[in-house]
Design a protein around this ligand. Sequence first.
Ligand code: FAD
Length: 383
Amino acid sequence: MSGSTDKYDVAIVGAGILGLSHAYQASKRGLRVVVLERHAFAQGASIRNFGMVWPIGQPAGRLFELALRSRGIWLEVCRAADIWHDPCGSVHLVTREDEMRVLEEFVEFGRPRGYQVELWDKAEACRRSPVARADAVIGGLWSASEVGVDSPRAISGIAGWLAREHKVEFRFSTPVLAIESPRVMIPGGEVHAPRAIVATGSDFEQLYPEVYAKAGVQRCKLQMMSLASPAPGWKLGPMIASGLTIRHYPNFSPCRSLSALEARIQREQPELNDLGIHVMMSQHMSGELIIGDSHQYDGAISPFDSARIDELILAELKRFITLPAWNITRRWSGVYSKLPGSTLLCEDVAPGVRVVNATAGKGMTMGFGLADLMWEDWDGFKL
Ligand SMILES: Cc1cc2nc3c(=O)[nH]c(=O)nc-3n(C[C@H](O)[C@H](O)[C@H](O)COP(=O)(O)OP(=O)(O)OC[C@H]3O[C@@H](n4cnc5c(N)ncnc54)[C@H](O)[C@@H]3O)c2cc1C
């Protein structure tokens, strides 16, 4: 392979949300971009998730603001590319007094810091969230900022739009074997680009494995399922999180009452902690409901999915959610990479080569914002 068609300004490895976010920013700046994806279509974490653009989960301050910026870019891209999305907001539905106390505290803490949140009592929660079980739910935290996307459709839709409207070139079924900047090696040839961005998700083996090991990046496996839409045209309303979710996202960390809730869960349901289970529900374009999840790290990750985990996720959801039917249509797992205590691994690993990775459970929420911020000041980027 040679010739002018193989010369680009930027080569991006991986067509997940991080690869696409960078392709968007680079192409907006008039650069010639190629995205190299080893599979026939992106099939990593970016298509296996809930499709929750979830600013409320981010801690107050810079990261929450970046999540809102990212949300704004999602809306801009979805509108421009005619991609289905639903700015439906979210509700944490709770069933215990200790959970309600954390929500009350969070509303007081969060509102002055820009979170558009509201506390719902039982009646309001059951009225506004059609799935809330009246015999279990005692209230909820409404948040206006969350947007649902249909991840597999959104990821392929964005790639198609970038190719059509922004002249980004996509080469699928093209694994990158090595980078010797500006040469990017692919089977049977190479492309040339003075800048390469490595966004390979949970694949740490192929490119720069030593970087992930040195930084202490972990893998995390999550189990997921989908349920058939209960009826044609049936709407979930706001996306659902649970009392268990409160212990999962750092936005609730400033709440003093959180520790009592965590202690109670450990006392009453240690298995949920061992398996990292909290439950959430979103709805995709077809009406199907996406549910999950669990969290198992590194050595605890099995290649096989666990029936027990699925059972616990369903039992937890059924405790506070009512549906006309629970028909499981698909089960799958996904793996994301995580750098404990950090939102992103961003490292210049060789002249002209930057690794961007480890967005953990928030890559769909933060990806567009992170890339936007990075391209504003490539050399000075700091989070
Ligand atoms: C089950 C699950 C649920 C989640 N839910 C949410 C959610 O609702 N909201 C949210 O904000 N975040 C969520 N996340 C997190 C989010 O999905 C990830 O943070 C994000 O998708 C990571 O994107 P990425 O582009 O880094 O990786 P990926 O999406 O994994 O993309 C990496 C791509 O690189 C390709 N690749 C790897 N090596 C090579 C190579 N050598 N050559 C060419 N291509 C290569 C892979 O094939 C892959 O397509 C969830 C994650 C999981 C697993």
